[in-house]
Write a protein that binds this ligand. Structure first.
Ligand SMILES: [Zn+2]
Length: 250
């Protein structure tokens, strides 16, 4: 899960209508671009490319038993989510001390994407941290079992993860044939942007700092998170530059 910083609220703390925040969210944390060409936009949770129907996501729900209606139009309560993550999350209760969220925690450090297409807590976490990471995975159903999948969403997300993993691994082999070749490097960045799954590509290109730097700088809000150093290494905890509630837990 790609960590981000949204920056200060663009129009004061509260919008007239929450949908008015969408373009700002895209501009701050959603767009992946190569040489100023906007190639894709991504769900804040599952990291998929979402060409249409990407939505303003209310971290704390606006309806239901755990609703926080006073935050319906509040910038601090927004991320971008696909229809599937949004519907799996629904109006579940949000306890910030029990979740890792990409606008306030180093969610790249918190998760691992394995070769079976599943998302796991990072092996470097302690047991308490792993429990929080699992809560987050369950919040949006990232590992929903395929055999109980009623709407094809789990299958889609896992299959797309596997495809991105395969493309990233194949691209790594290309790079190994000519590590200094600028054209290959550019193609790899475009591959990452158009296939989505920033975290998978970052993991596959571990040990290739110049490539990781290009990844970090090509999706809005990622560099600004403060979760990566000048060599593309992970810095944690998230420095929480936006001063969000219970941010910087990891
Ligand atoms: Zn999603």
């Amino acid at each position: 899960m790609r960590p981000v910083s949204k920056g200060n609220a663009p129009v004061g703390v509260v919008f007239m209508k929450y949908r008015e925040s969408f373009d700002y969210l895209l501009d701050r944390i959603g767009i992946g671009e190569y040489r100023n060409i906007k190639l894709a936009q991504y769900c804040s949770y599952c990291e998929r490319v979402i060409p249409t129907n990407l939505a303003v996501e209310h971290i704390e729900p606006k309806k239901g038993a755990y609703a926080q209606p006073q935050l319906e139009n509040s910038w601090t309560n927004f991320l971008l989510a696909c229809v599937n993550c949004n519907s799996k999350k629904g109006s579940k209760r949000i306890q910030f001390n029990m979740l890792y969220l990409p606008d306030r925690d180093n969610t790249f450090h918190a998760f691992e994407y394995r070769h079976n297409g599943e998302v796991y807590p990072s092996s470097t976490l302690n047991n308490a941290q792993k429990a929080i990471a699992v809560n987050t995975i369950n919040l949006v159903g990232l590992n929903e079992p395929i055999d109980t999948d009623v709407d094809g969403v789990a299958k889609d997300r896992r299959t797309q993860r596997l495809n991105a993993m395969a493309l990233a691994l194949d691209s790594l082999e290309d790079l190994k044939t000519a590590p200094q070749n600028q054209t290959i490097q550019n193609l790899i960045v475009k591959g990452m942007l158009t296939s989505g799954y920033f975290s998978i590509w970052m993991a596959v290109f571990n040990g290739y700092p110049s490539i990781r730097q290009l990844f970090i700088d090509s999706i809005r809000g990622t560099r600004q998170s403060g979760c990566f150093d000048a060599n593309g290494n992970v810095l944690h905890p998230h420095p929480n530059p936006d001063n969000l509630q219970l941010g910087g837990k990891i």
